[in-house]
Design a protein around this ligand. Structure first.
Ligand code: FES
Ligand SMILES: [Fe+2]
Length: 367
């Protein structure tokens, strides 16, 4: 923490390099915040399911006959075998080990010879549930049964995003791009959350998409959201056609949802997403999702995804992996953040906010 007028300093190296801190985040932070599990287009009909790995736990989401989407720990209530793998569709959930079966609602259905067990109470057996919410078609789970709803964590985002991407409910993924990064997940999230490096390191993005002098990143309300706003470069010169009659078609926005997901809206109301997975203390994976109505083929979106992969993503990969090396050096010491009271592109005020959340997650609210 800063004293008096001294600059705010970056986090100490151990936050990025200490396996004990990573373990603390995995069991704490990732288990009590909203984590992206998958897209609702995978689970449109009753019995459709997909599995996901969250905070070291295997879970699955499944659509019930009543239309409700539920999430469960992927563990049989008999002797603990995994119930499902990957994605698919089922009339009932049947454990591969001894064929105990469960309704789509998680209730016990049957098991070979269980009726012979004196006192066996089928009503007492059900799959262990996990909190689950669809956020405009994006399915998030939270291992904390007492967690506040997503609208309390990310107030206003649902409404704004629906206005910026009017067809968001009809979208499905066209392309997922997996980017393994040799760095702690926070290095990658921090890099994504500041644009102090944009004009220097992202020439395509800074000259072809955004207007750097208008770029700003601010916490949104009282929630755990960082919102990026900017005007765009000359829309006449964009590399793809834009229907300017759609509201907000001429804008660019990003909504980062702490701790590990971001919605990004390109000019033309085009949605793409970032999803960080913290694989280990020194490894993470960034998934870039690109969406079209119904997942329909789109040369424009494919081209944008490729351009993004070859420019911004590749450029950022080199940056974050270099920082990860630096954080392991004996020569690293926390440096002053460039926090400009006026904000703007060349300010790291968003990093100050992020690092406060990062500290709180590890050290508790009072540190
Ligand atoms: S562990 Fe699932 S039926 Fe035995
Ligand atoms: Fe970047």
């Amino acid at each position: 923490m800063s004293a008096g007028n001294a600059p705010v300093r970056t986090l100490e190296a151990r936050y990025y390099t200490d396996p004990a801190i990573f373990d603390c985040e995995r069991r704490g932070l990732f288990a009590r915040t909203w984590q992206f599990a998958g897209h609702e287009s995978l689970v449109r009909d009753a019995g459709d399911y997909f599995s996901a790995e969250i905070a070291g736990e295997s879970l699955f989401c499944i659509r019930g006959h009543d239309g409700v989407l539920r999430a469960f720990y992927n563990v049989c209530q008999h002797r603990g075998h995994r119930l499902v793998q990957g994605a698919g569709s089922a009339r009932a959930i049947v454990c591969p080990y001894h064929a105990w079966s469960y309704e789509l609602s998680g209730a016990f259905r049957n098991g070979p010879n269980v009726a012979s067990v004196p006192g066996f109470d089928p009503a007492a057996i059900r799959l262990a549930p996990v909190r689950c919410e669809s956020f405009l078609g994006f399915v998030f789970v939270n291992l904390d049964d007492g967690a506040a709803a997503m609208d309390a964590w990310y107030p206003g985002v649902r409404e704004e995003l629906a206005a910026y991407v009017p067809d968001i409910g009809a979208l499905a993924p066209l392309e997922w791009i997996e980017v393994p990064e040799r760095c702690n997940w926070k290095v990658s999230v921090e890099n994504h959350s500041e644009c102090y490096h944009c004009t220097l390191r992202h020439p395509t993005f800074a000259t072809g998409v955004i207007r750097p002098e208008s770029y700003d990143i601010r916490p949104m309300g009282e929630g755990h959201v960082l919102r990026h706003t900017t005007q765009c470069q000359d829309l006449e010169r964009m590399s793809y056609p834009i229907d300017l009659s759609v509201p907000h078609a001429d804008e660019y926005r990003t909504y980062f949802l702490w701790p590990a997901f971001a919605f990004q809206v390109y000019p033309g109301n085009l949605l793409n997403t970032y999803h960080w997975r913290a694989d280990d203390v020194d490894r993470c994976t960034v998934w870039r999702g690109w969406f079209t109505p119904g997942g329909a083929e789109s040369e424009v979106v494919r081209r944008l995804a490729r351009q993004d992969r070859e420019t911004t993503v590749a450029e950022d990969l080199r940056l974050v992996e270099s920082v990860a090396e630096g954080l392991k050096s004996r020569g690293y010491r926390p440096g002053p953040l460039v926090v400009d009271p006026a904000g703007g592109l060349n300010s790291e005020h968003s990093i100050r906010t992020l690092q406060r959340w990062m500290r709180e997650a590890v050290d508790g609210e009072d540190s």
